[in-house]
Ligand binder design. Structure first.
Ligand code: CP3
Length: 354
């Protein structure tokens, strides 16, 4: 083989990318890096194109979704794009009356708390979201060898929004339903698992090269409740896309006590938030999974030498993992200076080169 650089280039596909290889525990030329919420309010070009367009509407316009998804790739040279959408998009697509209120988050008109309320949900099919297929295809065509990460919300986190009616600190209605009516809870989560699984499949079939399941708020649960009420439903989502042969990233916030269970639910990569060091996370995971993380998003507001030192530590800790995808421990905060993100990407590429 050997050959000219152009032959070399022709062989590069998203499946050979640093992100996909690291997720599979294969050697990489440098550690891949991307940021949760890399597309969003930290970017002036995002604020400009979103002007006068509601969040959920922007998620359903393919030309806008394509532009917003590509903005951070152009600006930061991150190793992956994440599809611009929201975890509640598939819920709205099956008919749930909800909105995303700026500065608040998803708000549901009629919270789901009884068996009759379940009638708001049904199975999601590709016909419900033709715009999602169109958007993914357009993005993938622009990205070339760079992978697109598709995503969905996990059953617990979606259920929390539906049962509470909006964002919640304590998840009291959700926990009351889970423990008070386990059968209704299970039926709700099984329906949400179908919706999430279908949303992931639609993205992968349109060209996404990896998926991330966001169980953002499941860190609110003790292990026994996770195993009893949640794990089987997240496992159903992850096993439901196993045949698609793309790496599966499983992430939540404050999930230090659940990491091994989140891996065992069917992940290739376990997302680690900033509260647990990668070294501790790797010990808890027993060497079985690649990891993603875990720079504290708030640290991006510190002086550069502080950020640089922490990034170097994280890259160093990640070398002990079967694979490491560098990311934040949660999403980019809206007031973050985007130039700092660009600098972090360049630093990771430089210090992790082999
Ligand atoms: O760059 C990316 O990460 C891709 C885009 C993305 C968005 N939402 C866009 C968005 C992703 C992956 C999500 C998933 C999502 N949505 C999650 C899981 C990830 C996480 O942060 O834990 C959750 C919990 C939601 C629900 C949600 N949607 C919240 C809490 C908010 C923030 C509300 C606010 O205004 O602060 C949203 C709205 C939202 N989703 C925004 C973006 C860019 C902000 C809306 C805006 O720009 O006006």
């Amino acid at each position: 083989m050997g050959g000219s650089p152009s032959c070399e280039d022709a062989r590069v596909t998203p499946a050979d990318s640093a992100l996909v290889r690291a997720a599979r525990g294969l050697p990489v030329a440098h550690a891949p890096v991307w940021f949760m919420r890399q597309a969003g309010r930290s970017l002036p070009e995002y604020r400009a194109v979103r002007e006068g367009v509601a969040m959920l509407e922007s998620c359903r316009r393919p030309e806008l979704v394509t532009e917003i998804t590509l903005q951070p790739v152009r600006r930061h040279d991150v190793d992956a794009a994440i599809f611009f959408s929201d975890i509640v998009v598939p819920l709205q697509a099956v008919g749930v009356d909800l909105d995303i209120v700026p500065g608040v988050g998803p708000v549901v008109a009629r919270p789901i708390r009884s068996r009759a309320d379940l009638a708001q949900l049904r199975d999601l099919t590709a016909e419900d979201v033709p715009d999602i297929t169109e958007s993914v295809r357009a993005i993938v065509a622009e990205l070339g060898a760079r992978p697109l990460i598709g995503f969905a919300g996990a059953p617990f986190t979606l259920a929390s929004y539906l049962v509470e009616g909006g964002p919640s600190k304590n998840h009291e209605h959700t926990k009351a339903l889970m423990h008070g009516d386990p059968e209704l809870w299970s039926d709700l989560c099984a329906q949400l698992a179908q919706i999430s699984g279908a949303f992931l499949r639609i993205q992968v079939e349109a060209g996404a090269s990896a998926i991330q399941l966001f169980d953002s708020w499941v860190g609110a649960l003790p292990r026994r409740d996770y195993t009893r009420f949640v794990m089987e439903h997240s496992a159903a989502v992850l096993s439901g896309v196993a045949d698609l042969d793309v790496p599966r990233i499983h992430f939540g916030v404050g999930t230090g006590e659940l990491l091994d269970l989140m891996g065992a639910a069917g992940a290739d990569v376990v997302g680690v938030d900033y509260r647990v060091s990668l070294t501790d996370a790797l010990a808890r995971l027993g060497g079985s999974y690649a990891v993603q993380g875990n720079l504290d998003p708030a640290l991006l507001f510190a002086p550069w030498p502080v950020i640089e030192a922490r990034v170097r530590e994280i890259v160093e800790e990640g070398r002990a993992a079967p694979g490491h995808i560098v990311n934040l421990g949660h999403g980019v905060l809206p007031a973050t200076d985007p130039d700092v993100l660009t600098r972090v990407v360049a630093l990771v590429h430089e210090i992790s080169a082999r």
